[in-house]
Design a protein around this ligand. Structure first.
Ligand code: NAD
Length: 452
């Protein structure tokens, strides 16, 4: 049993703290948000993550998991302190905003009474391990030894608990290898490969991993755009590619592009670091440009079918940046809503869990009780997030609610033939001959008109 303190109690911090508690350690999670801590003490979680509630409740009841707003209280007897605070886009030139990390490091320094290993789990620019070391040296009140270890987190929202319990790998970086070895011991029970390297390399592994995954998504979206011109089906292309063991099937779903709290900001932060170091990040720039195009693709398809969008009612199915999360940070839905509203359209939307969060980021969106509500009176429905509950919709009922039966399937969730049979005009993402099937059974591929 080790005594672990985790700073930050959302996707990364709460999940990490809960998993370490579940492994039998004594864990205290600290957050500066008093409301979040008060809620957590009542077993109310600040985020939606499948399975996490049960683990929090179990470990709180067993006396292994505690919550506090006080560093003084939270750091008492701590042997390991994990930093899991946010590192958002700085909103200026794509760099990471390190203010939360710096504030956490300062508070750790001020509350330190015993030797600790400070473990940075936040995604931070290369060199931040040294920055944290300097901040602690500058602000500590007692002359106690400490080490800083980088331990980037790779969990995915929507499966955070599973990813934390069964990581593909654990990456540790440190100047002091013995400190990294003590952190490795915390993970030993999980059976994952453990990679121990230096601080900067560990920090870079995280950025390179996210940038690569984002690149795969933009790659298949570029292929989709070409397929659309040439009449090939990108879903089959991706399947055919994915069977090659050198390629693999993951992150090859063409659609509305990536979003979320990590890929966009991490690609931008890596570009920023590259430019600062005198290296032009030409591939990464293309990855971001292609991603932005995917949101515009929806508007273009709507205009193609509806003409002027002013006064048209568009129903959106899904707002979260991906299924199984309520996170809407950088979600395609937000960019799409902005584009639609700028074109004068009225937007109605439904999401199983993300409507509260979306309400804080948007204005004049009508939030509906279900998918059929979002379709009511709509000139088109756009499938934005591939939630499971949208797979089994009663599409005939959906159609009956709509003013015009135009379905833009932004995630290629539906079988074009089935949707066509129900009388929809169907627009999928580069579905080849089925790319655009009008309800009067005419197939058009942009650039070509194909009768059926
Ligand atoms: P988040 O922004 O959702 O939550 C951060 C939490 O830290 C908030 O509750 C905030 O109140 C708290 N906080 C901020 N400053 C604090 C301070 N000084 N002291 C105590 N608490 C403080 O963050 P997240 O999504 O959990 O991500 C955390 C880090 O992990 C980020 O760097 C992110 O890039 C990285 N990461 C996130 C994911 C993900 O899927 N969300 C996956 C891997 C890595």
């Amino acid at each position: 049993m080790k005594r672990i303190t985790v700073i930050g109690t959302r996707y990364v911090g709460l999940t990490t703290g809960s998993v370490f508690a579940d492994l039998g350690n004594q864990v205290t999670c600290i957050d500066i948000d008093a409301r979040t801590i008060a809620d957590l003490r009542q077993n109310i979680l600040p985020i939606y993550e499948p399975g996490l509630h049960e683990v929090v409740v179990r470990n709180t009841a067993a006396g292994r998991l505690h919550f506090s707003t006080s560093y003084q209280e939270g750091l008492r007897e701590a042997e390991f302190v994990f930093i899991a605070v946010g590192t958002p886009d700085d909103g200026k030139d794509g760099g990471a905003d390190l203010s939360q990390v710096c504030a956490a490091a300062k508070s750790i320094a001020e509350g330190l009474h015993q030797p600790v290993v400070v473990v940075n789990k936040s995604t931070v620019p290369i060199g931040t391990g040294d920055l944290v070391t300097n901040i602690i040296n500058e602000h500590r009140r007692h002359d106690v030894p400490f080490s800083v270890v980088s331990n980037p987190e790779f969990l995915r929202e929507g499966s955070a608990l599973k990813d934390c319990m069964q990581p593909d790998r654990v990456v540790l970086g440190a100047a002091d290898r013995a400190a990294a070895e003590t952190v490795a011991e915390l993970y030993r029970g999980l059976g994952a490969p453990i990679i121990i390297t230096d601080l900067r390399t560990a920090e870079m592994i995280k950025y390179a991993s996210n940038a690569f995954l984002a690149t795969r998504i933009s790659f298949i979206n570029e292929i989709a755009a070409i397929c659309e011109r040439l009449g090939a089906d990108v879903t089959e292309v991706a399947r055919g590619m994915g069977c090659d063991v050198r390629i693999g099937p993951y992150f090859l779903d063409a659609g509305l592009g990536f979003g979320g709290s990590c890929f966009p900001k991490d690609v931008k932060a890596l570009m920023h670091m590259a430019k600062d170091a005198g290296q032009h990040p030409q591939l990464l720039q293309a990855v971001m440009d292609i991603n932005a195009d995917r949101r515009r693709w929806v508007v273009e398809r709507l205009q193609e079918h509806l003409g002027e969008l002013r006064g048209k009612r568009i129903g959106l199915l899904g707002l979260a940046f991906k299924p199984n999360t309520d996170d809407i940070r950088e979600a395609p839905s937000l960019a799409l809503i902005a584009l639609l509203q700028a074109a004068g359209a009225q937007v109605a939307a439904y999401d199983p869990v993300a409507m509260d969060n979306a309400g804080e980021e948007t204005t004049e969106v009508e939030f509906c009780a279900d998918a059929y509500g979002a379709a009511t009176g709509a000139d088109a429905v756009v499938l934005v997030t591939a939630w499971n509950e949208f797979r089994q919709l009663d599409l005939a009922q959906l159609r009956d609610q709509m003013r015009r039966p135009l379905l833009i399937d932004g995630r290629n969730l539906y079988d074009p033939a089935e949707v066509l049979q129900l009388g929809f005009t169907y627009v999928g993402v580069s579905r080849g001959a089925a790319a655009e099937i009008n309800s009067d059974s005419e197939v058009t591929i942009p650039g070509q008109a194909v009768g059926r």
